[in-house]
Design a binder for this molecule. Structure first.
Ligand code: SF4
Length: 348
């Protein structure tokens, strides 16, 4: 364990090492061409739990459709979810809209420019508030996520598990004093870039790293031991039977409840458990849609953060379109209804 003073000296060197490296090596990403808070905010929310390459297309389309805070505040939940479809973690989209409405009501439609007001918005935690405030308003506010914690744990050979909230809090407190005035946003982005491109979780590229001369783990060849993490929680496994009910060129959909996993989104009708084809047909008969033929049986899995769904999907031809379901045409299935990936995989 290195002393607090040694660690602080390490941090003090980072801006001089990282800023020139970033200027020469930064990837050209759409959200790096702006400091406009709305755009940075949308990018930071999309990038939570999602890879840069996956976000690019969504980001451009989202901003074309909803170019400002007012547009986001006023759009329907239906269109918002459609724009978000496939990105996962839909509560992020819901919180974006909640926050946009608060900005319209409390801040006159202008993105707030104090840390406290930014942090108070729904869906914005310490990391996102730090990223927005440093990038858009040049505030010395650290944005510490798993990437940054990994770098710091290696530089300092710090064995505190990075999943503990106090590790993150301490890292932010130690980093903020070294934030370079006038380049706070670039410093935040340079740390993010180092974590994404050089100090990666597996096989970091230490030979190309701008801080290698001061990295304790690199010097003592202990890089593979850092960062330390708490044991992973086991994923809960659930079995589900999904019904792709087709009638007269349309497919049956239902809406999920307003609470819990995938709340408020459309879904294919489904029940718990892995039913046999005969039992599935019985259940579908009880829906009152007169099943006539079992066309196909497909097995797939979908993994959420803490749950894994093992699913069987029965594609069944039906005779009756009853009111228990919304019957969507192919065009509406693709262009109108936001269907989470867990169900959309059965349409492909
Ligand atoms: S030298 Fe290696 S371990 Fe150390 S910060 Fe750079 S990439 Fe990470």
């Amino acid at each position: 364990m290195h002393t607090a003073q040694e660690i602080q000296e390490q941090y003090a060197r980072l801006p001089a090492l990282l800023l020139p490296w970033y200027a020469a090596n930064a990837r050209d990403l759409p959200w790096r061409r702006t400091r406009e808070p709305y755009r940075i905010w949308v990018s930071e929310i999309m990038l939570q739990q999602t890879r840069v390459e996956a976000v690019r297309g969504y980001y451009e389309r989202f901003l074309q459709t909803l170019p400002d805070i007012a547009a986001l505040a006023n759009t329907s939940e239906e269109s918002l979810f459609k724009l978000w479809e496939g990105l996962g973690y839909y509560s992020r989209a819901r919180n974006l809209q909640k926050a946009a409405r608060i900005i319209m009501e409390k801040h006159g439609g202008v993105f707030p420019n104090t840390y406290a007001d930014v942090r108070a918005l729904p869906g914005i935690g310490d990391y996102t508030a730090g990223a927005i405030c440093s990038i858009c308003f040049d505030m010395p506010r650290a944005a510490v996520d798993g990437n940054v914690l990994r770098i710091l744990a290696r530089i300092n050979e710090d064995a505190e598990p990075i999943d503990l909230p106090q590790t993150k809090k301490r890292a932010a407190e130690q980093l903020e004093p070294v934030y370079p005035k006038g380049a706070c946003g670039t410093f935040t982005q340079s740390l993010m870039e180092l974590g994404a491109c050089i100090c990666t979780p597996r096989t970091p590229k230490c030979d190309d790293c701008p801080v290698k001369a001061y990295c304790f783990a690199h010097a003592s060849e202990t890089v593979s031991q850092f960062p330390v993490k708490l044991p992973k929680r086991e994923k809960r496994e659930e079995q589900r039977t999904v019904f792709l009910l087709e009638c007269d060129g349309t497919t049956a959909l239902t809406k999920r409840g307003q609470k819990g996993l995938l709340s408020g989104l459309w879904q294919l009708p489904n029940v718990e458990g892995m039913l046999s084809p005969a039992d599935a047909l019985k259940v579908v008969s009880d829906f009152g849609v007169h099943p006539t033929e079992l066309l196909e049986e497909v097995h797939k899995s979908h993994i959420f953060t803490h749950i894994r769904w093992d699913m069987v999907c029965y594609r069944i031809r039906c005779l009756v379109k009853n009111d228990a379901f919304t019957w969507a045409t192919d065009a509406a299935l693709h262009g109108q209804y936001a269907l989470p990936t867990a169900f959309r995989i059965f349409l492909e």
